[in-house]
Design a protein around this ligand. Sequence first.
Ligand code: NDP
Ligand code: 8X3
Length: 256
Amino acid sequence: MIQMISPESLTVLVTGATAGFGAAVCRRFHEAGAKVIGTGRREDRLAALKTELGERCHTVQLDVMDRQAVFEVLGTLPAPFDQPNVCVVNAGLALGLQPAHEADIADWEQMIATNINGAVSTVRAVLPGMVARDEGHLVLIGSVAGDYPYPGGNVYGATKAFVKQFALNLRADLIGSNVRVTNIEPGMAETEFSMVRLKGDQERAGKVYEGLTPMAAEDIAETIFWSCTLPRHLNINRMQMMPVMQAFSPFAVKRR
Ligand code: NDP
Ligand code: 8X3
């Protein structure tokens, strides 16, 4: 029988824990006995998570776009939360679906600041401790949008392509240590993602998932939980996930 890692031995730091995947990841690990650290910008959501999960949960407000805050907050976590051995680099967003020539450059900059700079800062802040302790697992949240182009995916997809290559390059650097790195690459999952992307337009956001069964945040959380509790000698490099009702299109060809 394979020897799974005991969840009680895990201290799981999650960025973007106030909604969607991040909140579900906190709940999944916590129910299995892990300690969790939930971060995000919305304080009321963090307070609710702390109330729900109690003693084995620490929450702290953190905007991952603020590099100094990332290093300060993650460098001063209180005991017994100060040595995370799992970090789920999840905070992220898509903004807009306009074609590149009509997109808002401020949206592009915010996606880059969050999905790329935020991920890079988070990893750089937690990684030295993991390497020094010779134990840890970085789980980055990429996307199928980092592999497959689609109309309106422009900068969002490019940020997730960065995340994928960053994760793979981290593996290359960390060979010889016991620090694992996994890039989880989901397709359509119903969270607040589309509400954020479509700037609060509930009707359009609802239509994204109309007539199909999308993945749920809990599906992603379960996969992350599984990869993080696998025996220590195993590393899931990349994991691409889609609902059964999503697949690929043929190339678009415009005829005149
Ligand atoms: P949600 O909108 O439900 O959650 C996003 C989370 O990210 C929130 O907790 C939000 O917290 C946090 N966040 C956003 N910006 C920042 C910031 N600057 N600093 C800190 N936290 C931030 O979306 P999902 O759960 O779906 O998305 C989670 C990740 O999964 C993202 O990286 C997304 O790109 C990716 N993804 C989502 C897919 C989907 O279909 N849902 C598919 C593939 C990937 P707050 O606003 O409180 O700061
Ligand atoms: C989000 C998944 O398919 O909406 O990363 O781009 S998709």
